[in-house]
Design a protein around this ligand. Structure first.
Ligand code: CMX
Length: 137
């Protein structure tokens, strides 16, 4: 597979409001979108920086991935998302290389992207997301 750029970096936070305030007031970025992704049990806030976005993630459910992550590791970088041109073939490529897929097939993520996660135990400890913007075509 050939990623085109880092689509976003996902950061787990306790409070979206506090984190947005930090990113805007201290780092000088502007939040352009807040979106709840119900099936991922998160509320997200997005900031754009060049081709890459920062995605802040606040949990909406104590059983969700972000709650579990913060409980175990505290706030911090949760995942890195790579943009690809064809997510189905990228998933097939990495699978053939022995990477364990969390999502066997792409599903809908924030911002209308098709997304799929790779398991951190087979990606050197980094939860990795692949994204394709099918609306771009
Ligand atoms: N980065 C690196 N390692 C991680 C991790 C992360 N974000 N989350 C969990 N792990 C590690 C854990 O530390 C644990 O390692 P050890 O066994 O060495 O302690 C191992 O993975 C298993 O983790 P766990 O706490 O038992 O949690 P689960 O197995 O229940 O789930 C994971 C882990 C990654 C499979 C799950 O969180 C998942 O499916 N994630 C994909 C979906 C997701 O993250 N959604 C939220 C974001 C949505 C969005 O961006 O819109």
């Amino acid at each position: 597979m050939k990623p085109t750029h880092i689509e976003h970096i996902g950061i787990a936070v306790n409070s979206l409001a506090d984190a947005i305030s930090y990113y805007e007031k201290v780092l000088g970025l502007k939040c352009y979108s807040i979106e709840e992704v119900a099936d991922q049990k998160v509320k997200t806030a997005f900031f754009r920086l060049g081709d890459t976005k920062i995605e802040l993630l606040e949990s909406t459910d104590p059983e969700g991935a972000i709650s579990k992550f913060i409980e175990k590791r505290g706030e911090g970088i949760h995942h890195i998302a790579f943009a690809v041109d064809n997510i189905e073939s990228a998933l097939s490529d990495v699978s053939k290389e022995g990477v364990k897929l969390i999502d066997q097939a792409p599903r809908n993520g924030a911002e209308g992207l098709s997304i799929a996660f790779l398991h951190p135990k087979s990606t050197l400890g980094v939860l990795t997301e692949l994204c394709e913007d099918k609306n771009k075509k």
